[in-house]
Design a binder for this molecule. Structure first.
Ligand code: CA
Length: 219
């Protein structure tokens, strides 16, 4: 995520940019409204309202005219009129100085969740060759032959089949198919892998990566 930080006070901008960096957020910093309006499009704008050239509210209004980029205003205490005006003209939120980087990042994430576009359609199901899994009816077939699985065997197969060829860790399997802290689970997993292999008709369907996990191998 690329963040544009518009702040003329170096004593605020520098530690803030460094603090964001510790959260893995790269901020490019400009010190004037004109530079903010000329900057390349960002994923997020942090906008000080008291700028030396153009009023921050005006910068916000002009940014909003050309972009839906999330904007958080950075305001001094007591700037209530500006905050309200800023929110009315399309800023997403404000932070009253002084604030912690942690709180700012939390607000940014909350706004990101609100403004994120609708999720993309689910990716196409991987081609499993002779293996068919109907997740609506929980029916499994191999070469057209129905295979009767227990619920756990079925869940285990679906998990492995989500990404054929990829090794799925034992811990991840146990926590997904069984519950965390399920007693005696290591042996239970090996037992279910064994019965699942037998029902699928060949042990080569599921490869054991010793000490790591299992993967589905398509013939
Ligand atoms: Ca300022």
């Amino acid at each position: 995520m690329r963040v544009l930080l518009v702040e003329d006070d170096e004593s605020i901008a520098e530690p803030l940019a460094a603090g964001l960096g510790r959260f893995g957020i790269e901020a490019s910093h400009v010190a004037t409204g004109a530079a903010a309006l000329a900057a390349p499009p960002a994923d997020f704008v942090l906008l000080d309202l008291g700028l030396p050239d153009i009023d921050g509210i005006d910068v916000c209004r002009r940014l909003r005219r050309v972009s839906d980029v999330p904007i958080i205003m950075l305001t001094a205490r007591g700037d209530e009129t500006d905050r309200v005006l800023g929110l009315e003209i399309g800023a997403d939120d404000y932070m009253a100085k002084p604030f912690s980087t942690r709180e700012l990042v939390a607000r940014m994430r909350a706004i990101g969740r609100r403004t994120r576009p609708a999720p993309a359609p689910a990716p196409a199901r991987p081609d499993l060759g002779p293996l068919e899994i109907d997740e609506r009816t929980r029916e499994v077939r191999v070469h057209g032959r129905p295979v009767a699985l227990t619920p756990k065997e079925y869940d285990l197969l679906v998990l492995l089949a989500a990404d054929p060829g990829a090794v799925v860790g034992r811990k991840h399997i146990l926590e997904t198919v069984w519950e965390p802290n399920f007693f005696g689970r290591g042996k239970t997993l090996d037992f279910h892998v064994a019965t699942l292999r037998r029902k699928l008709g060949s042990s080569s369907w599921i490869e054991n990566r010793r000490g790591v996990g299992f993967r589905l191998v398509l013939p």
